[in-house]
Design a protein around this ligand. Structure first.
Ligand code: 5CA
Length: 438
């Protein structure tokens, strides 16, 4: 993409209404614009990141065995009356009336809808287990939307729902998600810590919040220093029930809790290794048994012919919130430092002198070669000062910058800079293409 034809409204100064660094940088780097309280337009560069985050989430959901569908944002109130949640949900639910005076709502989550869809299709134990998910916009009329996309009113969520014949099956579905989540966040360069969370009326130990450590996070968290090791991907056989349980037990062996779930004994045990921080909740998984299948009449025939009420769980990831969390975890005083997996483009190509014919020809040629090599490149071909171009590239945080200037050209080289550590090397244009394409 040529910057001269793109839409990238960057801002030099930090907007006064942004309090935390990710919100400031998302506005300054032209990723989003607020259009109403807690509601954001995704500008072209921000949309690319949102799609990359969504795609990683999708791939890891698929790998764990979940199946994608897409449910609508608008739902009927009647659906929510079946579960009894329509009246219980309160003012966070945006209620809408259509022209026929039918009560509708903008979905804050989809347990009711997915249960109804599954109920109307599933007949017997052969139709289970299944986990269905979608990536869809949600609306919650938060009292205090803040920190940009971190706590929005409209936000993008991945929500998955599992259906199993019994509690043991549901635990396995839960374990699949727990491991899929850790892999998902690791691929984005994030260490997310699963922390025991409140399970509400169902009880048991099957609810975890996934917290990314960040000083500006909204949750107070306590954890064992072992969690400070870098996140790694685990190659897992999702079908191996005992193997998966052992992996989950391994992950959750080290203490980690939000302030609502602190455990004095385990903190004493951690001793000097106990750490305190703040964090951002990027995901939340729940097992809730027959809470929805019971009132909504979901029944299937068991292998022995008896009628069975399936056990369910639900599993959320804050896709749009993740963008804020990644920036909180990865930035410096010049701007964003995107992990490669979610970067909007891999390379920023800078022509230092758009008014110099030789530079323009060399940069155009390099741009064509990068594209031919399949490298995602944003080409700053504008007639602007070099300094302003560097500042913009640092602000938007693409992993690599390639600079074409008259001095280098005279020596047959361009400059390649890695955004993360600022390391620069000079090399031929062909070598630069080979290096970033690798
Ligand atoms: N039904 C369940 C699981 S699908 C559910 O809705 N869980 S949740 O309320 O915890 O939301 C799931 C995730 O969505 C949260 O972990 C968080 O990352 C994200 N999220 C929740 N509220 C907001 C919000 N106001 N703005 C941005 N992201 C949010």
């Amino acid at each position: 993409m040529r910057l001269s034809r793109y839409f990238l409204p960057v801002m030099k100064e930090s907007p006064a209404d942004a309090q935390i660094v990710s919100h400031k940088l998302m506005l300054r780097a032209g990723l989003v614009r607020q259009t109403a309280a807690g509601i954001y337009a995704w500008l072209p560069l921000g949309l690319r990141v949102l799609q990359k985050i969504g795609q990683i989430v999708r791939e890891e959901q698929d790998r764990s065995g979940a199946v994608e569908l897409l449910m609508p944002t608008l739902q009927s109130a009647d659906l929510w009356r079946q579960s009894g949640r329509y009246d219980a949900y309160g003012p966070e639910m945006l209620r809408i009336t259509d022209r026929h005076e039918r009560e509708m709502l903008y979905g804050p989550t989809n347990e009711e809808m997915v249960t109804a869809i599954f109920r109307d299709a599933a007949r017997s134990y052969r139709d289970l287990p299944r986990t269905l998910y979608h990536i869809q916009w949600k609306f919650r009329d938060e009292v205090r939307p803040r920190f940009g996309v971190m706590r929005g009113r409209e936000f993008l969520m991945k929500d998955a729902y599992s259906f199993d014949m019994d509690e043991a099956g549901a635990r396995h579905s839960y374990n699949r998600m727990l491991v899929a989540y850790l892999n998902t966040f690791a691929r984005m360069g994030l260490r997310a810590i699963p922390m025991q969370a409140d399970t509400g009326p169902i009880g048991g130990d099957l609810s975890h919040e996934f917290i990314v450590l960040a000083p500006t996070g909204e949750s107070d968290v306590f954890y064992h220093a072992n969690w400070e090791r870098p996140a790694e991907l685990s190659a897992v056989d999702f079908e191996n029930v005992a193997g998966l349980q052992a992996i989950v037990d391994g992950y959750t062996a080290d203490y980690a809790a939000t302030d609502e779930k602190r455990d004095e004994a385990r903190e004493a045990e951690a001793g000097d290794a106990l750490r305190q921080s703040r964090g951002v909740e990027v995901g939340h998984i729940f097992y809730f048994g027959t809470k929805y299948s019971d009132p909504m009449g979901l029944r299937v025939q068991g292998a022995d012919g008896s009628e069975v009420m399936p056990h369910m769980g639900s599993y959320g990831i804050g896709v749009s919130r993740l963008m804020g969390a990644i920036i909180e975890a990865s930035h410096d005083d010049k701007g964003i430092v995107w992990p490669e997996a979610v970067a909007p483009y891999k390379v920023g190509l800078i022509n230092m002198r758009a008014d110099d014919a030789a530079c323009a020809t060399a940069a155009d040629d390099l741009y064509a070669k990068l594209q031919a090599a399949g490298v995602e490149v944003l080409y700053d071909d504008r007639d602007e000062r070099g300094g302003a171009k560097f500042a913009t590239m640092d602000l938007i945080g693409l992993p690599w910058q390639i600079v074409v200037g008259p001095k280098g050209l005279a020596n047959g080289v361009v400059e390649l800079k890695r955004r993360a550590d600022g390391e620069r090397i000079e090399l031929s244009a062909a070598d630069a293409v080979a290096k970033v394409a690798g």
